[in-house]
Design a protein around this ligand. Structure first.
Ligand code: CA
Length: 422
């Protein structure tokens, strides 16, 4: 795990005034990476770091030679730490770079963002035990959690081509569905379109094929974290998922927040990884002192919904859920990396590992509509009187995340937003 250093100092302030405002997602202690360009342009996307309401162009600031984010992610831990230290020092009040770097700033409101890197492969895990239990009850009342769940970090290989950045709008997917009492399946638009509240872990330096990453070194191979909405068509999923798992119910769209918050920035917001009494302890390859001591992340997540009607009437989005990752995830990010590579599978810079839906233990901490509405049986009523069991056309779903702790400056993951089209 990354140790605390000068870049985490709560007393640090930036000459970018907006970074010092209370509640800002991107103070100088955060420094997340993303890719941006002037809106509507045809130029290549450049590497930027968010500071307050601005983006610092790393190449214009003389901090990187190329705009290849994946190459930057492939840097050694030491090189990445040196880059963060240089950015922090240059953006700090009195650091001497204000005159030069002011010219390398662009307001975020005037930047077009894209997915933060080239994502070669995308794996989605299923670490949310409360989600797995609730969903399991709906699909298999007699056996909600499969016998492997507490031993194996369950995952499947997803699709990278349909991953978009916040602001993504996508058409409601069509496909095969079959009601339990129907004799044969029918074809049409999904009637049970849902979201999934997830974290996306980005791989930094990869591993050679055949060379597993030991859990003690796993975090050195993680570049950082973004917010991820794994849109899911529940009716397609129910009909197709056996025996090989989700397929067309998941790969029509997934949406990421534009900024990757680095593991180093998250250092003040770690938590112990503990198993409830009576649960099996992880096998040795999934266990390490560092993982037990601080393998978990302490991130608050919330989900907001704005319907088309609310947008027309100028009503602010309404909150569906708020919860915390420490209570939701049964496996840590380091365990996912160790498990993914234990058979010799090679991870590469820019690969994305989804956490799975992070639902808390309480019903109102659920990270999907299928849980909030008990399988679509209990519609929820929004403040304006509209009801929802699943997402309707025109709905905009937003996920926000942030970290807060005494003795540290609050940092945010920003937000990921997406809209369902007819
Ligand atoms: Ca998922």
């Amino acid at each position: 795990m990354t140790a605390l250093n000068a870049t985490h100092d709560p007393k640090l302030r930036s000459w970018v005034a907006s970074a010092n405002e209370a509640g800002c997602d991107f103070p100088i202690q955060n420094l997340p990476f993303g890719r941006f360009r002037i809106p509507g342009g045809s130029e290549a996307f450049r590497i930027g770091v968010a500071i307050g309401d601005q983006v610092l162009d790393l190449k214009a600031a003389g901090l990187v030679d190329s705009d290849d984010m994946n190459a930057l992610m492939d840097a050694s831990l030491k090189e990445r730490q040196a880059l963060r230290a240089a950015i922090s020092a240059g953006l700090a009040e009195g650091g001497g770079k204000q005159a030069a770097w002011s010219k390398a700033l662009l307001p975020q409101s005037n930047a077009e963002m894209t997915v933060p890197c080239r994502i070669g492969d995308y794996t989605d895990f299923y670490t949310g035990i409360h989600h797995a239990t609730t969903i399991g009850k709906l699909f298999r009342p007699d056996q909600p959690l499969m016998p492997n769940y507490k031993w194996v970090p369950i995952g499947y290989h997803g699709r990278a081509s349909s991953i978009g950045v916040s602001g993504q709008a996508f058409k409601r997917p069509q496909g095969q569905t079959k009601a339990p009492d129907a004799a044969s399946p029918s074809f049409g638009p999904s009637k049970r379109l849902d979201y999934e509240l997830e974290l996306g872990f980005f791989v930094g330096r990869g591993n050679a094929l055949g060379e597993p990453i030991a859990i003690g070194e796993a975090e050195d191979h993680l570049f950082g974290v973004a917010l991820l909405n794994d849109w899911s068509a529940r009716d397609l999923q129910a009909w197709e998922y056996q025996p090989l798992g989700p397929f067309l119910s998941k790969n029509f769209a997934s949406t990421l927040s534009p900024w990757i918050v680095t593991m180093e920035a998250l250092a003040p917001f770690r938590a112990k990884f503990e198993r409830p009494a009576g649960d099996p302890q992880p096998l040795p390859y999934l266990d390490a002192p560092s993982n037990r001591e601080s393998g978990a992340l302490d991130i608050t997540l919330e989900v907001l919904l704005q319907t088309a009607k609310m947008r027309t009437e100028g009503t602010a989005p309404t909150r569906l859920t708020r919860g915390n990752t420490t209570e939701a995830a049964y496996w840590t990010a380091a365990q996912l990396v160790a498990h993914h590579t234990v058979n010799g599978c090679n991870l590469q810079p820019g690969d994305l590992l989804g956490s799975g839906t992070l639902s808390g233990p309480q019903p109102d901490e659920a990270g999907s509509l299928i849980e909030l509405t008990q399988g679509g049986k209990q519609p929820i009523t929004l403040p304006n009187g509209e009801k929802r069991t699943f997402l309707e056309d025109g709905d905009t779903l937003t996920i926000r995340g942030w970290c807060e702790r005494a003795g540290a400056v609050r940092i945010g993951l920003g937000e990921v937003s997406g809209t369902v089209l007819a």
